[in-house]
Design a protein around this ligand. Sequence first.
Ligand code: ADP
Ligand code: ASP
Ligand code: MG
Length: 402
Amino acid sequence: MLIVKKFGGSSVANKERIFNVAKRCIEDYKAGHDVVVVLSAMGDTTDELIAMARDINPNAKKRELDMLLTTGEQVSVALMAMAMQALDVPAVSLNAFQVMMYSTSRHGNARFKRVDTKRIQHELDSRKIVIVTGFQGVNKYEDITTLGRGGSDTTAVALAAVLHADKCEIYTDVEGVYTADPRIVKNARKLNVITYDEMLELASLGAKVLHNRSVEMAKKYNVELVVRSSLNYSEGTVVKEASNMEKMLVTGVAADRNTARISVIGVEDKPGTAFRIFDTLAKNNINVDIILQSVGREGTKDISFTVAADDLKKALDFLEKNKERLTIQQITHNEDVAKLSVVGAGMMSNPGVAAKMFETLYNSHVNINMISTSEIRITVLVAEKDIDKAMNAVHDGFAIPE
Ligand code: ADP
Ligand code: ASP
Ligand code: MG
C-alpha cells in the first residue's frame, strides 16, 4: 500500500513533535507500506518569515517572498529525515524542485500543473521514506512559487493523485472536520464523513482545516481524504464523494474574517456599468465575492461587494484611479466585517434554512449587512465584532444532529 501522510505546522513544532511524527510514519513503513510524508513549516515559522519580510521591505516582490517562505518547509523536511535516520530508518527529504512539482507562475497563489513521479518512485523503490516540502512549486522560469496559505494540504493531495496512493491522511491539531471551528464554537461536533462539495464550501468560506484547492483537487482526482489528529489515534473525518450518505440539512458553519466591503455610490444605471467595474477588478486579479445592487433611482444606482481584506487597498486604488470612467460618484468601504456561512447538501430541497438562520441572528441581535446564497450554502455579512457570537448562535440554532 502507498500512503501519503501530511502533517501541519503544529504537528512538527518542536523536537518532541518531530519525533512523534517520525514514529507514526515509521509504523506504516515497518508494516511494509510505501510512505510519502508532506510537511508544513514548523509552528508559526511562516508568519514569522512574513513579519521579517515586512520589516525589511513592506512592498517586497512576491518572487522574493516565495523564496523566503519556502525555506520554512525545507527546514522541517530536512529535520524529519534526520529524525528518521536517528531511528535507523532510511529516509530522504526532497523539495519541489527535486521532485519537479510544476506550478503556474503566479507567486503567492500558484496552482500545480504537472507533478513528476520518477524521483519519488525511485526513492520508494529503494525502501526509503520520502519526505516532501508542502506549499511550494516550481514555475516555467524555474523560480520557486507558493500555493497560498495552508497550501501544504494541496501538495499532499497532488502527490496522492499522481502516485495513485491508497490513502491520503491529513494530520492536524484537531481530531477532524467539525461542524464549526472547535476553538470558537464550544458545541462543535466532529463529523465522521463529509462530501467533497460540502468540504469545498466550508474550506472556501473560512474553515481553514483544509486548503480549498486541496479539496477541489481531491474531488477532481477522486482522492479520498482522512483528516485526523497527529496527537492521538482517533479516527478522524473522511472526505469523499456523496454516496448514500444521509444529506444533512446543515453540515457546518464557517466564518471568514479576512473580508472587507466596498460600496460604489451613484454609478450610472445603464447596461455595462457593472461589467466595467467588475471587469476592471478581475483584470487586476481581485476576486469579488458577495454582490448587492440597489434598485436604480434618478438614473443612478449603488453597488456593494466584498473582497478579501488583503485585496482591499489594491481594489480601492484601482476604483479611485478609474472613478470617472466607471461613473462612480463616491466610494466607501468597511473593514470591520466578517462572513458567516452555513453549508449543507440537504438545503437544496429544504427552503426553510435561510429563514431559520435569519431568525437566529435576529434573536442574538446581530444585524445582517449582505446576503448571498448558492445551492448548498447561505452566507451573510455581519460586523466583525459579532462574528463569534453569531457563529455560536447559528451553529446551536441548527443543533446539527448526531
Ligand atoms: P495545520 O497546521 O495542521 O495545517 P491549520 O491551522 O491549517 O492546521 O488547520 C487546523 C485548524 O483549523 C484547527 O486548529 C481549527 O481551529 C481550524 N478550523 C476551522 N474550522 C474548522 C472546522 N470546521 N473543523 C476543524 N477545524 C477547523
Ligand atoms: N506553511 C504554510 C502556511 O503557514 C503552508 C501550510 O501550513 O500549509 O501557510
Ligand atoms: Mg493548514
